[in-house]
Ligand binder design. Structure first.
Ligand SMILES: [Fe+2]
Length: 263
């Protein structure tokens, strides 16, 4: 839950396909003197703090594939730390008050020269999205629309699955694996990003993400990353969320043939 002006407001609007991926004009912060910026324009209007978004299921609901202990640690400690760290940073950096989380990730990315708030902001976004990329009873095959698009863009569901697993197993260090809709190419793709980087920063629309930081799997799977990734694909991935996200994304990307009205 996010809080604006001390009132709760929708924290998850970015999760199901708002226009978070659209180019965002980054306002210039007026430099006053070393370490200080002119805060008069924004700080007097809105104060924003972010809350810890709760996964849309109980913490034991993904067992036996992800244990309650893992979720208590991953969500209750790591995700919480990102949220609290971000709020602590915002407390001392008034010019960043008032942005939505989507905007904050973009503005703190700072065209590839991230500000210190970027890691926490992006990790909050990525984890909010990750909890909804899984569901109890998940895995298996997507339904019609998503399946058709996957078959169109990857040749087959098996090819997509292999690509996703391979990306996860070849990621160097910590990061994320994503199924995204590429807006210019108008096709689905698998991409991997390091650390907190999110592909919406260059215009891709996230459909699914998988956390490949060690804290996501080590308690349950130790060094068996392959087992973790395959379990995600077989038993956890939320094709329901993917279906909704892809449908919403099509408000911005036409994946079909142009429709010509019949006179
Ligand atoms: Fe994580």
């Amino acid at each position: 839950m996010a809080f604006c002006c001390n009132k709760p407001c929708s924290a998850n609007s970015h999760l199901l396909g708002s226009d978070f991926w659209r180019p965002f004009k980054i306002p210039k912060l007026r430099y006053v003197k070393k370490g200080q910026y002119d805060v008069s324009r924004r700080a007097s209007k809105v104060l924003a703090f972010f809350g810890l978004t709760t996964p849309p299921y109980k913490l034991d609901a993904l067992e036996p594939y992800l244990s309650q202990k893992t979720l208590e640690m991953h969500w209750g400690a790591h995700h919480r730390d990102y949220v609290e760290g971000l709020n602590e940073q915002l407390k001392n950096n008034d010019p960043l008050y008032g942005y939505t989380l989507d905007e904050l990730v973009k503005v703190t990315y700072n065209n590839g020269n991230p500000l210190i708030e970027f890691n926490n902001a992006a990790q909050v976004w990525n984890h909010d999205f990750f909890w909804e990329s899984m569901q109890p009873g998940g895995g298996n095959m997507p339904r019609e629309g998503v399946l058709r698009q996957i078959e169109k863009d990857f040749g087959s569901f098996t090819n997509f699955r292999e690509k996703f697993v391979d990306a996860a197993l070849t990621l160097f260090g910590s990061g994320w694996i994503w199924l995204v809709l590429k807006t210019k190419e108008k096709r689905l793709a698998v991409v991997k990003t390091s650390n907190a980087i999110n592909p919406f920063l260059w215009g891709d629309i996230p459909i699914i993400n998988l956390d490949m930081w060690e804290h996501a799997y080590y308690l349950d799977y130790k060094d068996e990353k392959g087992k973790y990734v395959n379990t995600f694909m077989n038993n956890l991935i939320s094709w329901d969320a993917a279906t909704v996200r892809l449908a919403r994304a099509q408000a911005f990307v036409n994946l079909g043939e142009p429709k010509i009205p019949v006179a």
